[in-house]
Design a protein around this ligand. Structure first.
Ligand SMILES: Nc1nc2c(ncn2[C@@H]2O[C@H](COP(=O)(O)OP(=O)(O)O)[C@@H](O)[C@H]2O)c(=O)[nH]1
Ligand SMILES: [Mg+2]
Length: 248
């Protein structure tokens, strides 16, 4: 990867965790193999298992702790606030997204202010239920129509962001609606969401904590609310690819 040796000192890897004791060690080891373990910034969302103890066994990582469970979005918001590097990577510790994708995200961030790892751009369709696949496609499609983007995976948990190019302190949402808020914020900032394919492996350890159908309905209503708010404030310019490259 171009610049692989300089980039690490400019990246923070924000990892929201809630009861992920089973996968912390493997996640850490795999990031360590990339030479990036010391850039890890875990945000524990008041886990009730041994997640915190598992993280604290690794002395070169940072840990932000919530006293009570504040939601997925709150973890990312607080992780970003506690980080300081120009490159911010967000990834879950449940190993559904392989940490080995991080260097490719960093490389893409050199040219694009926002990079999503898309589970739908690979050679094979992701191993997820038809309902989840259709739900994601529908939500991504609706978002694209409303906000003029071309994302194929609005709800991916694998993202790269350039701090100087985005008003990240404007993120407020605490739940999974954070995904919509962030994508809307990217649009408001005038950027195109750039995507690279990511392999997705449904969790082997622990169980999914997201209730997909109710969350999907909630996210759709948030999407419409963000769109109405954006329109009320004069609307956003449609993102253009050329703007992404300028000064990237
Ligand atoms: N559901 C949930 N997940 C959280 C929270 N805070 C952090 N997370 C992490 O966010 C990720 C998303 O949840 P997950 O169950 O993997 O959803 P799924 O991958 O879509 O099945 C997991 O890695 C969690 O550990 C929270 O408050 N609620
Ligand atoms: Mg997951």
């Amino acid at each position: 990867m171009r610049g692989a040796r300089q980039v690490p000192e400019r990246v923070d890897i924000v990892v929201p965790v809630y009861n992920e004791q089973a996968s912390i060690d493997e996640f850490y080891e795999r990031v360590a193999r990339l030479g990036l373990a010391h850039r890890l910034l875990f945000v524990d969302n008041a886990s009730t298992d041994g997640t915190v103890a598992a993280i604290e066994r690794h002395q070169d990582v940072r840990l932000v702790r919530h006293r009570s469970n504040e939601g997925y979005g709150a973890s990312i918001r607080d992780g970003i606030a506690a980080s300081e590097s120009e490159y911010v990577v967000v990834i879950d510790a449940d190993l559904e997204y392989p940490p080995e994708i991080i260097p490719a995200i960093l490389e893409a961030l050199e040219a694009h202010p926002v990079v999503f790892g898309s589970r739908f751009l690979g050679v094979h369709p992701p191993a997820m239920s038809l309902l989840r696949r259709l739900g994601n496609r529908w939500a991504s499609g609706l978002f694209n129509v409303l906000f003029g983007q071309r994302t194929t995976d609005l709800y991916t948990g694998m993202k790269g962001l350039r701090r100087s190019r985005l008003p990240l302190s404007d993120l407020h949402c605490a739940g999974f609606e954070h995904c919509v808020e962030l994508a809307a914020l990217v649009t408001r900032a005038g950027h195109r969401i750039h995507e690279i394919p990511v392999d997705y492996h449904p969790r082997r350890k622990g169980r999914s904590k997201m209730r997909h159908v109710p969350e999907g309905l909630k996210l759709t209503s948030h999407m419409l609310a963000f769109w109405l708010r954006q329109r009320a404030s004069g609307g956003a310019p449609l993102p253009s690819d050329s703007r992404d490259r300028r000064g990237g």
